[in-house]
Design a binder for this molecule. Structure first.
Ligand code: GDP
Ligand code: IMO
Ligand code: MG
Length: 425
């Protein structure tokens, strides 16, 4: 870890890699944890002391003492969902108001944004993205169109007029899509949420973060979703609406690129995806079923069954290069404990008969080409140190490090905070 730097932790696949767990594990090494993009489309699971929490908009550093947690300007916030999430934490004994700051520049997800998300998805028929339905796309659309409302706008005297204007525009679109809706009950919960949100410390978080940087303090920037869902580099248009890559931490927090230290890239030992879109290594067989069942691969936000497949090293190396990953974190290897053979996709066969190990513009029609490894057939969940790893597992890790040209610094062997093995960190 570099002194007075911003380290970044982000997903390298299609999300749900285990970001929440590792942010919680690493938090004691930092002064501040700051989320830089996304909103309540995220579901970050933390398990410790036989308790389980799923965080959506609140950073995953809130359970480790009195660290400061920041909701950054790059995020989009639904006041009603924020209130439900925050009150659940307060009920669990977390003194949230003393440790959470919210950027005034974060954008507000309005009740009509959620309706628009559903209406637009419905209008797409079979080409639907399979969004989480939380209004993420429409909110970022308004941000880019310069018609959005921000958390800081809540403090303005003309907030209601601004809100009425944008709501009317949204309602015109909903009507043009022939979408039936009922706004008043969602709106009244949202208004309650807004009053609650105003009781938090609303700040210019870019000033705060740069000040603590000058004081030599350390911030861990927490990403949401994953690199293959990035709006520029992911499997467009089956992506989310923000930059999930490392550069997103710069724009989503006000961090200068040269102040970024380590970049932790998280990946599962296999791969999952929820929602529509291409997934070259997807399995439709017993191995895929076993990954889903053993890995309990159901969406933390929507409960949808996650699609499962082998690890895709072509997509991972692409993700590592885009992010400048310095350290890999390997998650959920224990899910493969019972597999006699473990596969890794090392190249794609293209429709014209050639092969590539570079991630192509279009990955819809590629055929994954695999390298096979003997399984480790050992219960990894009980392992407490690297010296207990079976030989087959060590060989698998060495292969990953060589192909991906990046060291694996942390290996997670179970969902609990304690089931974490540090290797080179
Ligand atoms: P995130 O969105 O990246 O924070 O990941 P999610 O919380 O959506 O999904 C990760 C899931 O895997 C959660 O249910 C975690 O409790 C669980 N998990 C995390 N690490 C491990 C691990 O090493 N092994 C197993 N078996 N489960 C894990
Ligand atoms: P975490 O942070 C997995 C997916 C949705 C859909 C696409 C667009 O828990 O890893 P959106 O609602 O963002 O417009 O949906 O992105 N998606 C995620 N998949 N993990 C997530 O977050 C996701 N957030 C969005 O399923 O395919
Ligand atoms: Mg998740």
């Amino acid at each position: 870890m570099t002194k007075g730097k911003f380290d970044v932790l982000l997903g390298l696949q299609w999300g749900d890699e285990g970001k929440g767990k590792v942010v919680d594990v690493l938090t004691p090494r930092y002064d501040v944890v700051a989320r830089f993009q996304g909103g309540p489309n995220a579901g970050h699971t933390l398990i410790f002391d036989d308790k389980k929490f799923v965080l959506r908009s609140i950073p995953s550093g809130v359970f480790q003492g009195d660290k400061t947690n920041i909701i950054g300007n790059g995020m989009v916030l639904d006041a009603a969902l924020f209130q439900a999430e925050a009150e659940a934490l307060e009920a669990a004994g977390i003194d949230l108001k003393s440790r959470l700051l919210i950027s005034k520049k974060a954008h507000l997800i309005l009740p009509t944004h959620r309706l628009l998300d559903s209406a637009l998805e419905a209008s797409k028929g079979s080409a639907k993205v399979g969004t989480t339905g939380r209004g993420i796309g429409p909110t970022y659309t308004d941000k880019a169109a310069r018609t959005g409302l921000r958390v800081g706008d809540l403090l303005r005297s003309d907030f209601e007029e601004r809100y009425a204007r944008i709501r009317a525009a949204h309602e015109r679109t909903l009507k043009s899509l022939n979408f039936e809706y009922e706004l008043s009950s969602i709106e009244s919960k949202w208004r309650e949420g807004i009053a609650y949100m105003k009781s938090f410390c609303l700040v210019d978080s870019e000033h705060y973060l740069n000040k603590i940087l000058r004081e030599g303090k350390k911030t861990l920037c927490e990403g949401a979703q994953g690199t293959m869902l990035d709006v520029d580099f992911g499997s467009y248009p089956y992506v989310t609406s923000s930059n999930t890559i490392c550069a997103g931490a710069c724009t989503g927090l006000g961090v200068a690129p040269h102040n970024i230290g380590k970049v932790f890239g998280i990946m599962k030992a296999y791969c999952t995806r929820v929602g529509s879109g291409p997934f070259p290594t997807e399995l439709f067989d017993a191995d895929g079923e076993a990954m889903c069942d053993r890995g309990f691969e159901f969406g933390a936000v929507t409960g949808r069954r996650r699609r499962c497949g082998w690890i895709d090293l072509v997509a991972l190396r692409y993700a590592i290069r885009l992010n400048g990953v310095t350290d890999l974190i390997l998650m959920k290897s224990d899910v493969l404990d019972t597999f006699k053979t473990v596969k890794a996709c090392v190249a794609y066969g293209l429709p014209d008969g050639t092969e590539t190990d570079e991630f192509p513009f279009d990955c819809e029609a590629v055929k994954p080409l695999y390298e096979e490894f003997p399984g480790w057939l050992t219960d990894l969940t009980k392992v407490t140190g690297e010296d207990e790893f079976p030989e087959e597992f060590n060989s698998y890790i060495s292969f990953l490090e060589e192909y991906l040209e990046t060291p694996v610094s942390i290996v997670s062997v179970g969902p609990d905070r304690k089931q974490t093995v540090f290797r080179k960190l």
